[in-house]
Design a protein around this ligand. Structure first.
Ligand code: SF4
Length: 282
């Protein structure tokens, strides 16, 4: 919806005070399109194989109407290569001459070419070699801080989420199930789905212990979701809620603390007694 690929069926989305929830991308002005940009998951598919890296970045500058003439855009393109820490001579290379991490840096340069206010990064490092994931993540963080850009970072990798985020939203079957600051979401009380996700984070450090939670069953189809709570077919705490309420009623978001909300029928006493999933061994 932010990017204008879908219309909102409810609620509102605004960018700098302007409603954008029902304006699809082809009806948006240049300013609005350049304000919200995307870094895609797979840099191997998103670059034009027949165009040089420099031309692709200049093309983005032209589309966003940045720069006064070809020469000015050429200088800006080189500055963008500096920004994403790629050598300037890469401007003349074709995408096939770049590694996955280098391609993703070009994707990031294009996303920041129009001075975006919001960058949506959809699993931006999951397709990359593990050895370059940290460097690309650090680059995104650095650019976000330097340009004061809002970044919406979508990921299944909770270690990166914890490292990069100020606020975290956990979603299950299209529902927001927990939302809060990074510290709030990564400490109890947890939504039962967050608790299970945290228990699955791989940790090599033997001085750390962790609760093991195994979720039974497959994720139900979002086209045919279960009744009541979306997580009820797999929840490890469902029996703690009386009268089969989890199967009948979709929980509302419950405020646990300042700006920390979760969607669950569990009592405040039960949630308050939860222990950390990951702890230092004694
Ligand atoms: S509402 Fe019930 S099924 Fe859903 S997460 Fe809470 S305890 Fe589990």
């Amino acid at each position: 919806m932010l990017l204008g690929l879908e219309e909102a069926s409810a609620g509102t989305a605004t960018l700098l005070g302007k409603d954008i929830q029902s304006t699809l991308i082809h009806d948006r002005g240049v300013e609005s399109v350049s304000s919200i940009q995307m870094v895609f998951q797979n840099p191997f598919d998103t670059l034009n194989p027949s165009m040089t890296v420099g031309r692709q970045i200049i093309r983005a500058l032209e589309v966003f109407r940045v720069g006064t003439n070809e020469e000015d855009r050429g200088k800006r393109m080189l500055a963008l290569l500096d920004l994403v820490k790629l050598p300037r001579e890469f401007a003349l290379r074709k995408p096939r001459q770049l590694s996955g991490g280098q391609k993703q840096r070009v994707g990031i340069a294009r996303a920041f070419a129009g001075n975006a206010q919001v960058v949506v990064a959809d699993e931006p490092v999951s397709a990359l070699d593990v050895s370059v994931q940290a460097a690309v993540t650090d680059l995104l963080m650095e650019l976000q801080r330097k340009n004061k850009t809002t970044m919406l970072f979508i990921s299944h990798d909770l270690s990166i989420v914890r490292y990069i985020s100020d606020r975290v939203m956990v979603m299950y079957l299209g529902h927001v199930v927990e939302m809060g600051s990074t510290d709030q979401v990564f400490s109890p009380p947890y939504h039962p789905y967050t608790e299970a996700l945290l228990s699955a984070v791989p940790i090599a450090d033997t001085s750390i212990t962790r609760k093991h939670i195994v979720l039974d069953g497959d994720i139900p189809s979002a086209m045919n979701p279960p009744s009541g709570c979306p997580f009820q077919t797999r929840c490890q705490h469902k029996q703690q809620v009386a009268d089969n309420r989890c199967e009948k009623e979709l929980p509302t978001m419950k405020l646990m603390a300042d700006n920390h909300e979760l969607r669950c029928h569990l009592s405040d006493d039960f949630l308050g007694a939860m222990v950390p999933v990951i702890q230092l061994a004694n």
